[in-house]
Design a protein around this ligand. Structure first.
Ligand SMILES: Nc1ncnc2c1ncn2[C@@H]1O[C@H](COP(=O)(O)OP(=O)(O)OP(=O)(O)O)[C@@H](O)[C@H]1O
Length: 341
């Protein structure tokens, strides 16, 4: 559906070359929600803009719907762009047009007859839940409502692909959740492939099937969201994950816990299958040991359970070493000695 083949994009800025996208190869399948995450300046926006040729690659190929976008004539490019909807962090609505006018705009450009435009806009307004706002202007809408208009406008020409440039970054957490649910519906009900960029890991965790982590123009890690969460390879990825895991101990909290828990502290990481088994209690019972769960979180991710607990075993536990050894056959176990980065 979308393929980046050894794609690079270099900008010349004050006579210095900036490799915004550096030899990226990615393949996004039809029907997927694919997320690209990275810090500011990682190259995400540039990568996204290569899909509809708002930027031209310096080298490599970008293939969309089996066509190399860099080599197609401009008339065909216009047609291809109708197959690719785009939404933005700042919504980019026309302030002088009503909600109706904004959504109708791409249909007018495509010379669709007026009665068909009316029917399509009505359908889209109902889909995004703004039936009663057709005659209002963007300035009369909340951020979430503006993004709904942005989504309706992007869907107007029935695209196959929706690209989202930090679509929820300007919204509060509750509105973000609503917009992400709407994007999920866009994907499921209209079967639209979504490519999104974000710097927020919770966006990836909420709706993406696969994720690529970008740093300095390169993809440093890529895969199924669950696999990346369960087994991150790079420190940048770990940092993004810990921003949503909420189970890392700060030095201050560790100090407090150690004051009130004098035993040995272990972090036990659960990934997928292991969470459905009572491994911890079974193993502790076998060794006749007590334990105390003192901190942690278990979340759902792509239908699987995932998370970690910090467990205290009393210092006097008689067979602690074999118990920990047996536990670590099934789950990841590590002693919490110092604060964790
Ligand atoms: N038109 C341009 N001319 C010169 N340099 C550019 C241009 N566009 C982007 N860059 C540079 O390319 C690099 C990647 O920028 P890009 O906007 O793609 O990153 P990003 O990950 O989307 O960051 P942000 O989230 O801040 O937008 C940055 O160093 C940026 O300064």
């Amino acid at each position: 559906m979308i393929k980046f083949e050894s794609v690079s994009k270099t900008f010349l800025s004050q006579k210095k070359a900036v490799n915004a996208v550096d030899n990226v190869s990615l393949s996004i399948a039809k029907g997927e929600i694919y997320g690209v995450i990275g810090f500011s300046g990682a190259g995400k926006s540039t990568l996204l803009r290569l899909v509809n040729l708002l930027e031209k690659p310096t080298s490599g190929r970008v293939v969309v719907n089996d066509r190399d976008v860099t080599s197609i004539p401009s008339r065909e490019l216009r047609q291809l762009r109708r197959r690719i909807g785009m939404i933005f962090q700042t919504f980019n609505l026309f302030n002088s047009r009503t909600v109706y006018g904004n959504i109708a705009y791409p249909l007018k450009l495509a010379r669709i007859p007026k009665d068909q435009i009316k029917a399509r806009v009505a359908e889209l307004l109902s889909f995004v839940g703004l039936e009663d706002k057709a005659d209002q202007y963007p300035e009369q809408l909340s951020g979430g409502q503006k993004q709904r208009v942005g989504i309706a406008r992007a869907l107007a020409t029935s695209p196959d692909i929706l690209i989202c440039d930090e679509a929820t970054s300007a919204l509060d957490p509750e509105t973000t959740g609503e917009i992400l649910k709407l994007l999920k519906r866009v994907n499921e009900e209209y079967k639209i492939t979504i490519l999104l960029i974000t710097h927020e890991m919770h966006v990836i965790r909420s709706i993406c099937d696969r994720v690529a982590v970008m740093e300095n123009g390169r993809v440093i890690e890529e895969g199924q969201v669950f696999d990346i969460f369960a087994n991150p390879q790079k420190q940048t990825t770990r940092n993004f994950i810990s921003s949503v895991q909420n189970d890392k101990l700060s030095p201050k909290l560790l100090e407090t816990l150690k004051k009130s828990h004098k035993g040995r502290l272990y972090r036990i990481v659960f990934r997928g299958g292991a969470t459905s088994e009572p491994i911890l209690s079974q193993t502790a019972r076998k060794y006749n040991a007590d334990f105390n769960i003192i901190y942690g979180s278990i979340n759902e991710l792509q239908g699987q359970l995932f998370g970690s607990l910090i467990v205290e075993f009393p210092e006097r536990t008689p067979q602690l070493e074999p118990l920990i050894h047996e536990l670590s056959q099934n789950v990841e176990v590590r002693e919490v000695i110092d604060h964790e980065s």
